[in-house]
Design a protein around this ligand. Structure first.
Ligand SMILES: *[C@@H]1O[C@H](CO)[C@@H](O)[C@H](O)[C@H]1NC(C)=O
Ligand SMILES: *[C@@H]1O[C@H](CO)[C@@H](O)[C@H](O)[C@H]1NC(C)=O
Length: 225
């Protein structure tokens, strides 16, 4: 009987630790600057790292987040990322940043999700209507109008958006709890997939006429990041 209890406790602990390790792993050393080839590198945590002796301040640096993104596009927004792709020194550190610009009167960062990160956003300029929706079966919407200095959190994996409801440009910065948060823009992934999803699937899922689905699938789905 003791053995069974031990086994149950062990399985529960194993399940719990699986949940806990679902985000980026904690660093195993001071840093691990990412490199593409293994020459002069060491292998840690599943990634190639630059030999720490060869790391420089440049590996941890990115200029230019003062420059507004170009919002002349069909959604009226632009995301400028600062993740491990741009800053190799972020490798293994589980954090990154974006700047988001929104055009006046309706610039939209369309509904999307980050499969690997929680996001914390601060508005620097303008007025944003933001929100996220919880998972099934509640699908509860949490929404708020944000002004400069306001901060809002989008929990990991939740579908969320930001919409400029003001008459001026809006600017926000957001930190994400992953070096490589990933983005799934819902409309693009569903209606702009390559190859296209069978229209019967989408007609039924979205309860739409098949012609409307085909029309949606023929659109160009702009990717703002
Ligand atoms: C690695 O390769 C990618 C794709 O070729 C490139 O964009 C990136 O800058 C490279 N990163 C480093 C650290 O050399
Ligand atoms: C912004 O993007 C539009 C559309 O691609 C382009 O025509 C325009 O020249 C760009 N503006 C700037 C300042 O780069």
């Amino acid at each position: 009987m003791k053995g069974v209890q031990f086994l149950v406790a062990f399985v529960l602990l194993a399940l719990a630790s699986k949940l806990v390790s679902a985000s980026d792993p904690g660093p195993l050393q001071d840093f691990c600057v990412a490199i593409n080839d293994t020459k002069d590198g060491v292998f840690v945590n599943g990634k190639f790292c630059k030999d720490p002796k060869l790391a420089t301040a440049k590996d941890f640096f990115l200029p230019g987040l003062n420059i507004p993104g170009n919002t002349s596009n069909q959604v009226g927004s632009m995301v400028t990322p600062a993740n491990v792709q741009q800053i190799p020194g972020l490798n293994t550190l589980g954090i990154s940043l974006v700047r988001i610009d929104y055009a006046p009167y309706g610039g939209l960062n369309p509904p999307h999700t980050h499969p690997r990160a929680t996001e914390i956003l601060v508005v620097v300029e303008g007025t944003l209507s933001v929100g996220f929706v919880t998972s099934n079966t509640d699908n509860r919407l949490f929404t708020k109008v944000l002004y400069p200095g306001d901060v809002f959190v989008f929990p990991e994996g939740m579908i969320h958006f930001q919409f400029n409801i003001g008459s001026t440009n809006a600017v926000a910065f957001a930190a994400l709890s992953s070096q490589n948060p990933g983005v799934i823009t819902i409309a693009n992934a569903v209606f702009g997939s390559d190859p296209a999803i069978n229209p019967d699937v989408l007609a039924k899922a979205f309860q739409l006429d098949q012609n409307i689905v085909k029309q949606l699938q023929s659109r160009f789905w702009w990717d703002n990041n």
